[in-house]
Design a protein around this ligand. Structure first.
Ligand SMILES: *[C@@H]1O[C@H](CO)[C@@H](O)[C@H](O)[C@H]1NC(C)=O
Ligand SMILES: CC(=O)N[C@H]1CO[C@H](CO)[C@@H](O)[C@@H]1O
Length: 281
């Protein structure tokens, strides 16, 4: 067992297998978390409880449109009329896999002396993201508009949040975590150009190291990117990914596209999941 793990960790071995994805099929190998309901050796069965964070707005990971509806016109996640149309197990069925594009905004901002503090409501403008892409040799616009983004690409943005988090004292981290009333985070600005770009690229998923992906609070209380991404487009949205090592590797290889996978938890009626992500390049 150990020797096969060692062999598989050699890049050449991974490369040699790359043709195995040639047909593009995806099959999960993970049983739902509640299956079997009675596990062996009388271990505790899986328990799942959905907490409402903001009444009728946000079920743990998911976010409703201001009309009160979730994606697929679902208006009830845990109540008597709930169904499983928005459940995470549908994503677990085939996972998420495809070409990833990484924007290393953190390094770009440092280089260009653009102030960006992941713990303040700093907004990444569409222009800055575009210029960051240019630094990597990537035109972030959709292919249909002459850019390099292909339908189904997965967008990753590294803002440096993880480094900022690690830089904070434990006392500050505890205070941040307890601040439920007025949290502030850096992220994508709620700009029309950004909405249009995220929509027109038809990304399979978007993700970043940011705690809220979009700048928090939103510039207008009725203008959240979450509403569009999750409730209107049904697009997976990843937060708090650790992209530092990936950025380092991309820098080393001078290559900002990669193959990425995410296997969400196979949790029946789950509203969110850890990313369980892996990048290959
Ligand atoms: C973290 O601290 C180091 C050392 O003081 C500093 O150079 C770096 O810019 C900080 N990073 C962030 C994201 O705040
Ligand atoms: C092995 C297997 O098929 N696992 C699961 C894949 O996803 C579907 C849908 O969530 C499950 O029903 C399977 O049990």
């Amino acid at each position: 067992m150990l020797s096969s793990i060692l062999i598989l960790s050699i890049p050449a071995a991974t490369k040699a297998c790359s043709e195995e994805t040639a047909l593009g099929h995806r099959v999960n190998g993970t049983l739902p978390l509640n299956d079997p309901s009675l596990s062996a050796l009388s271990r505790e069965p899986f328990k799942h409880k959905i907490k409402t964070l903001v009444p009728s707005l946000d079920g743990s990971g998911h976010f409703a449109h201001r009309s009160g509806k979730f994606y697929n016109k679902v208006n009830d996640i845990i109540g008597p009329n709930s169904n499983q149309k928005c459940s995470i197990h549908h994503w677990a069925e085939r996972g998420i896999a495809g070409r990833g594009v990484l924007l290393n905004y953190h390094e770009y901002a440092k280089k260009k002396k653009i102030y960006f503090n992941p713990y303040e409501t700093c907004r990444n403008s569409f222009k800055d993201l575009g210029n960051c892409g240019k630094e990597h040799g990537i035109d972030i616009r959709p292919e249909s508009a002459g850019g390099d983004t292909r339908i189904g690409d997965i967008l990753f943005i590294r803002s440096g949040w993880r480094e900022a988090y690690n830089n904070r004292s434990e006392e500050t981290q505890i205070l941040d975590s307890a601040n439920k009333e007025h949290p502030t985070f850096g992220g994508l600005g709620q700009e029309q150009a950004t909405f249009d770009w995220l929509h027109d690229c038809y990304f399979a998923a978007v993700a970043g190291d940011y705690p809220s992906f979009e700048a928090w609070p939103a510039s207008e209380s009725y203008h959240h990117l979450h509403e569009y991404i999750l409730s209107l487009w049904g697009m997976p949205l990843g937060e708090m990914l650790c992209l530092d090592k990936l950025a380092q590797k991309c820098c080393e290889l001078k290559r900002w596209t990669l193959f990425s996978t995410s296997a969400p938890a196979n949790c029946l009626n789950g509203v969110g999941s850890h990313v369980n992500g892996l990048a290959m390049l």
